[in-house]
Design a protein around this ligand. Structure first.
Ligand code: PTJ
Length: 255
């Protein structure tokens, strides 16, 4: 479908098209389209913008990736359809591994997603097929199957668009989790060490910029940024961002 650039909802419609195309290529599951709809609703009441809370979380997340010994970025169907190039670029810049990890798991989807990542410059994609031979303790879903050289031994895991259980279990296993989730109330958001309440389509490019900026800073400064960050407090700030955006509407200041 051709969407005219002049359409007032151009960006949102284009993103939908990317997901629909991702679904027809077998990257995205139908449930991923439902998840996107939920995300869109939250994005709408955030004003479809990167808020101050999201900026703070992005800075802390970039610092955490840079101080990690073994950071891994997890990729699911929606992420592969929306930001494949950006995920690979961020991984390269932060020295992170990239692993396919799916809730609705099938080898054929894993391979398709890995191919998309490789086309976008990934040298090695972890977690495909039999390579996912380890388990996250306590996680019963197929998401629990991980690559021992990837998420299985990572100290920091970035999980865009999560379903909740994995973030909790990874934290329980002593890992640090960076979540990207438009819903500040979700279990994932609450369980993660750093939650970026922003659209993955904005958050990943912002992280690329933050990693490039913070790379020039001394390690002590990065540690300070991570230690000073309080996820719960920042999530509360995200809820306040939503409320102040909605207040502008209820006061009649938005058209
Ligand atoms: O590809 P698979 O098999 O691993 O399946 C992936 C889905 C997305 C289907 C699975 O992880 C799932 O069911 O996720 P949930 O439980 O629906 O959670 C998705 C969360 O991501 C919700 O809180 C949404 O608000 C949020 N979300 C949706 N789109 C975006 C988003 N957050 C950031 N950026 C988005 N573009």
């Amino acid at each position: 479908m051709i969407i005219p650039k002049s359409h007032p909802r151009y960006q949102s419609l284009r993103t939908r098209e990317e997901l629909v195309r991702g679904a027809s290529r077998g990257l995205v599951v139908p449930q991923g389209l439902i998840a996107h709809g939920r995300g869109e609703a939250f994005d709408y009441i955030l004003g479809e913008q990167t808020t101050r809370a999201a900026r703070r979380a992005t800075e802390a997340a970039a610092a955490l990736l840079l101080i990690a010994d073994k950071p891994v970025m997890s990729v699911n169907g929606n992420t592969a359809a929306l930001v494949p190039k950006e995920m690979v670029k961020l991984a390269r810049s932060a020295g992170a591994r990239v692993e396919v990890n799916l809730f609705h798991r099938s080898t054929s989807r894993e391979e398709k997603i890995a191919r998309v990542l490789e086309k976008n410059g990934a040298e090695h994609v972890y977690g495909v097929g039999r390579k996912a031979s380890a388990r996250i303790p306590g996680l019963k879903s197929l998401r629990g199957r991980v690559d021992p050289s990837g998420i299985g031994s990572a100290d920091v895991v970035l999980v865009p668009l999560e379903d909740g259980d994995r973030a909790t279990m990874l934290r329980r296993a002593g890992r640090k989790v960076i979540a990207i989730d438009l819903n500040p109330l979700s279990r994932t958001s609450r369980a993660a060490s750093v939650t970026i309440v922003d659209n993955a389509t904005r958050a990943i490019p912002n992280m690329i910029r933050e990693v490039a900026r913070l790379k020039k800073k001394p390690r002590e400064r990065l540690l300070q940024l991570v230690n000073e960050f309080d996820n719960e407090e920042n999530l509360n700030l995200s809820v306040k961002d939503i409320m102040s955006y909605l207040n502008k509407w209820s006061d009649g200041k938005k058209k």
